[in-house]
Design a binder for this molecule. Structure first.
Ligand SMILES: Cc1cc2nc3c(=O)[nH]c(=O)nc-3n(C[C@H](O)[C@H](O)[C@H](O)COP(=O)(O)OP(=O)(O)OC[C@H]3O[C@@H](n4cnc5c(N)ncnc54)[C@H](O)[C@@H]3O)c2cc1C
Length: 575
């Protein structure tokens, strides 16, 4: 916007079409948190979402929030976690990010949880075992920091239920029923256990009733439960929500961000934001141009994040003087994902988060048929290992290798456990199957001698329970996602019963770590380090406070919600 235009707006205030105290761009976990805090504080609140549904990537996610030193830990007798978490983050992140922001997170995270519980009764379940991702560092914990949102009844939203973005289709049963990982594990014992049978009967009968009236099940869990809950509370407080609204400009006057120009229903609306504009557009994982500019080579072509997270908000902010933080090692947070074409020709990007890689009887190899990583390491570190290996040996895609017995017992990627027929997956090119390891290697274009040797030495590790190459199953994080009934190592099992199977995985960003530079109150900064008054960023729009590292399960949503809370509190003068 030119100075003349800004002067024009200042001298003719009537040119504003609408006025709010707080305006939030983006209805993911971070933006919804910022908006609900504003609404709770009785501020005139406008939430602008560019798509026709709320939720963004947060709706697709597991919804875990990593909040050290939370009240649930204290209720279970865990104390002193603030100090331990800072030690852990210092060791993991070092000087790759501003320590002040990490300190603010450790202090604001629990405040945010208590505030939301007090005002809107948002409650969580603490995972006793959900280990931090780098167990060798001081201050790493086995559980307690990661919280799971409680299930939410989508029926309470009435017609607005359709406004909640659905999860990744492959994460639902029967085309529309959501379950948690814990429930999935219980359902797998359905033939052996009365409790599991009762759970299955309860979930299925609710689902059948739901499908008579709704397009999908209304018992929401994981990220869907979180965003739907925040959304319901926003509706109850009569916050204004604009869907399919495109912000074309931010307006600043005298160095203060004070308004926006929004395209809505075919017309242009000028909105005055009296106390703050909060950017929460979810970063740029879905922008091919920005991925090309900031990502390592080969550049990821797919993402499991929501397709609307294209970095528009970052560009809007840069037009009024905001700057991005320092680029990091890769500027992304990663999942290894397998890709498939669905029946309706859409592309499924299936993230291999924790269900298969850690289980006994699976290895990951590069084009030489060699392992390059502890397969059970965190998704972020696994992809980083793919890139490291790729410097010397083509390792993108990498191949997950197992046998049919493994697929039956644990599933692999989109293929659920107990799947009888693999042919449909083979036909679609998702799964490759062969009667010998050599033949499998030839089918997938991997060095056959290398793969035979790797499988054979891995089978020896499975026998002894010690992975001499990469230590799979040697730490609490790995073991948490292995098979506890499998001994001597819950993550190591032989690959020796034909047919043998392979699935390709690629690096896909689940979010981005390069974002707008902010201070500890989420105020967006200029290159001079001065805050742009009135402008805030949170969630993936904010430069990652962990310097691109991934400390533990829920680190994205935990930080996004904490800084969404802080941004609004600061904008309205409550801190
Ligand atoms: C399968 C999966 C599982 C995951 N599980 C977890 C987990 O359990 N815990 C965790 O911490 N992280 C998880 N993540 C990562 C996490 O979901 C995201 O990093 C996080 O949800 C991002 O939140 P956000 O609020 O920044 O953005 P989003 O939730 O993506 O929301 C951004 C919203 O902004 C909208 N928007 C974009 N531009 C504009 C604009 N210009 N104007 C208006 N609106 C705009 C988008 O349409 C979108 O609705 C997971 C990711 C995936 C893909």
């Amino acid at each position: 916007m030119t100075t003349a235009e800004n002067d024009d707006l200042r001298s003719k205030p009537r040119q504003w079409d609408d006025e709010y105290e707080v305006v939030v761009l983006g209805a993911g976990a971070a933006g919804l948190t910022a908006a609900i805090v504003s609404a709770i504080e009785n501020k005139r609140t406008l939430l602008i979402e560019k798509s026709d549904q709320i939720g963004g990537t947060s709706a697709l996610s597991s919804g875990s929030a990593w909040i050290p030193n939370n009240a649930y830990q204290r209720h279970s007798g865990i104390t002193g976690d603030a100090r331990a978490a800072m030690a852990y983050l210092d060791a993991l992140v070092g000087d790759r990010s501003n320590r002040k922001l990490r300190e603010e997170f450790i202090s604001a995270g629990p405040d945010m949880l208590e505030y939301l519980e007090r005002h809107i009764d948002l409650r969580w379940l603490m995972y006793d075992v959900q280990p931090d991702y780098d167990q060798k560092l001081p201050g790493a914990t086995i559980g307690g920091r990661a919280l799971m949102p409680l299930p939410f009844d989508g029926r309470t939203l009435g017609k607005d239920f359709d406004r909640v973005r659905g999860p990744i289709p492959e994460f639902m049963l029967f085309g529309g029923m959501m379950i948690t990982r814990g429930e999935a594990a219980r359902l797998l014992r359905i033939g052996r256990n009365v409790d599991s049978f009762v759970l299955g009967a309860r979930l299925c009968s609710r689902y059948i009733l739901d499908r008579m009236r709704y397009k999908r099940g209304t018992r929401l869990v994981l990220g869907n439960a979180l965003v739907a809950n925040l959304f319901k509370n926003l509706l109850d407080r009569q916050a204004t929500i604009w869907y399919k609204a495109k912000t074309t400009r931010l307006i600043s006057q005298d160095g203060r961000a004070c308004g926006l120009v929004v395209q809505r229903d075919g017309s242009e609306v000028r909105v005055f934001a009296k106390q703050g504009i909060i950017l929460a557009g979810g970063g740029f994982p879905a922008s091919p141009e920005l991925r090309e500019r900031y990502f390592p080579r080969p550049v990821a072509q797919y993402t499991s994040a929501y397709e609307g997270c294209t970095g528009d908000t970052l560009l809007l902010a840069q037009e009024i003087g905001a700057v991005l933080g320092s680029p990091g090692e890769d500027n992304a947070l990663w999942f290894p994902s397998s890709i498939a074409t669905r029946k309706d020709e859409s592309t499924a990007v299936y993230p291999h988060i924790v269900l298969d890689r850690a289980k006994p009887g699976l290895i990951a190899v590069n084009s030489r048929g060699r392992r390059f990583s502890d397969e059970a390491s965190s998704y972020h570190e696994f992809v980083r290992a793919m890139y490291r290996s790729n410097r010397n040996v083509p390792s993108i895609p990498a191949w997950l290798i197992c046998d049919r017995r493994f697929v039956w017992k644990y599933g692999i990627g989109m293929i659920l456990p107990l799947t009888l027929f693999l042919k449909p997956f083979v036909k679609r090119g998702y799964l490759h199957v062969a009667d010998s390891v050599e033949e499998l290697a030839r089918k997938i274009g991997v060095d056959a001698a290398g793969l035979v040797e790797t499988v054979s030495s891995h089978n020896e590790f499975a026998r002894t329970g010690v992975d001499l190459d990469f230590g799979k199953g040697s730490n609490a994080y790995d073991r948490a996602y292995g098979d506890p009934e499998h001994l001597p190592n819950p993550c190591l099992g032989p690959i020796n019963r034909p047919p043998f199977c392979a699935v390709a995985v690629l690096p896909t960003p689940l979010g981005t770590s390069l974002g707008l530079l902010t201070n500890a109150y989420a105020q967006v900064l200029e290159s001079s380090g001065q805050p742009i008054e009135g402008l805030y960023a949170c969630g993936n729009d904010m430069q990652n406070i962990f310097g691109g590292e991934y400390p533990g399960p829920g680190a994205q949503i935990g930080v996004g919600m904490a800084f969404g809370y802080l941004a609004t509190k600061h904008a309205i003068g409550r801190i």
